[in-house]
Design a protein around this ligand. Structure first.
Ligand code: ZN
Ligand code: ZN
Length: 252
């Protein structure tokens, strides 16, 4: 299994850290986990072959995880991709996504390749060749439930585990608390997000980094060398944040 970090930034991305996007090669499959608003540029910068991606999995519809989809689909079309593409989105929002894309005049039947929008639900997806994806619902969007329900929207978000043979990769995506991640981080490699959980929780992990635990979704105040980071170190004891960086490749 090979993971290329394309975007390790928070919703407020920067030239150093793009929005959430990861390229995973597992078994015979090559796919994106998340497609944040910088995804096209992030793929170009890391020299990812736009034709090689067979699927895109979007963990939730916040723009820093989903808004790059129209650009990536357009880039693939402009380049003349032929292979079909599967796009998995939270199960409550595939219909919206179809209309969203249609309103940008992105139609599968007009595109150089076919793409399908597939509802993503909690559970397991067999990738073949002994590889498997598991999606776990998280509480990240619960704070929007009241407003969302008024519009008939289910506020659903997912964390992801990729398994291949004995290898294991856990990606928390966005969480309300690292407690949600605790039961999933044993063994393999884990990417935990650093923006939304209480900083005391980030500090607790950063002070006791187990092998294989990396932070991602890094907000600017947690970047090394900044004034905020020094203040946060004084207040929360965040010593060494073992974070991934854009362009980093991790092979399991
Ligand atoms: Zn996010
Ligand atoms: Zn989010």
């Amino acid at each position: 299994m090979k993971i290329t970090v394309l975007g390790s930034g928070s919703a407020f991305s920067s030239p150093r850290r793009f929005n959430s996007c990861y390229f995973v090669e597992s078994g015979s499959r090559k796919f994106l986990l998340d497609c944040g608003s910088d995804a096209m540029r992030a793929m170009q910068k890391a020299a990812i072959d736009f034709f090689s991606v067979d699927s895109i999995f979007i963990t939730h519809m916040h723009a820093d995880h989903s808004a790059g989809l129209p650009g990536v689909l357009t880039a693939m079309h402009v380049m003349g991709r032929k292979e079909p593409l599967k796009v998995y989105l939270p199960y409550t929002q595939t219909e919206f996504a179809g209309l969203w894309l249609a309103n940008m005049f992105i139609f599968a039947e007009k595109w150089s390749f076919g793409f399908s929008l597939i509802p993503l639900k909690s559970g397991k997806l067999n990738l073949g060749d002994g590889a498997e994806l598991q999606f776990i619902e998280t509480k990240h969007l619960e704070k929007y439930s009241e407003q969302a329900e008024r519009l008939g929207i289910v506020a659903v978000s997912f964390a992801v585990i990729v398994r291949e043979g004995g290898k294991r990769f856990y990606f928390s995506s966005d969480l309300s608390s690292l407690k949600e991640a605790a039961q999933h981080i044993a063994g393999g490699v884990s990417f935990l997000e650093a923006t939304h959980p209480p900083l005391e929780e980030v500090a607790a992990v950063s002070g006791n980094n187990e092998a294989g635990i990396y932070f991602t979704h890094i907000p600017m105040e947690l970047e090394d060398g900044g004034e905020w980071r020094e203040k946060l170190d004084g207040k929360f004891g965040i010593k060494r944040l073992n974070s991934v960086y854009d362009g980093q490749v991790i092979v399991l």
